[in-house]
Write a protein that binds this ligand. Structure first.
Ligand code: FES
Length: 106
């Protein structure tokens, strides 16, 4: 599937990835700037924050209580479409997934 990560300056990184694992893992594997993921996906850092664009935001399973709790600690402004990318599992249905990267993770 193809996924797109858009930096705050509009620069877009398009990745061709397998529909497996998390969005955070795919971004880290491809050295995408803007996703720190300090905790490695354990839901304890909130440095993997992204803003998921529609129509994909509505297609994702809603955040669980642990993700919602950690989003409180995200450094950048929290928006209705804020998600922690380590909790976004890539599936075939997410082909074309586009997320905006926050201006900071710290
Ligand atoms: Fe730490 Fe997602 S990688 S909360």
């Amino acid at each position: 599937i193809k996924i797109h990560l858009v930096a705050p300056d509009g620069a877009e990184t398009a990745l061709e990835v397998k529909p497996a694992g998390s969005l955070m893992e795919a971004a880290v594997k491809h050295n995408v700037d803007g996703i720190a993921a300090d905790c490695g996906g354990l839901l304890t850092c909130a440095t993997c924050h992204v803003y998921v664009r529609e129509p994909f935001a509505a297609q994702l399973p809603p955040p669980g209580p642990d993700e919602l709790g950690m989003l409180e600690f995200a450094a950048a402004e929290r928006r209705p479409n804020s998600r922690l990318s380590c909790q976004v599992e890539l599936t075939a249905a997410l082909d074309g997934l586009t997320v905006d990267l926050p201006p900071t993770q710290y």
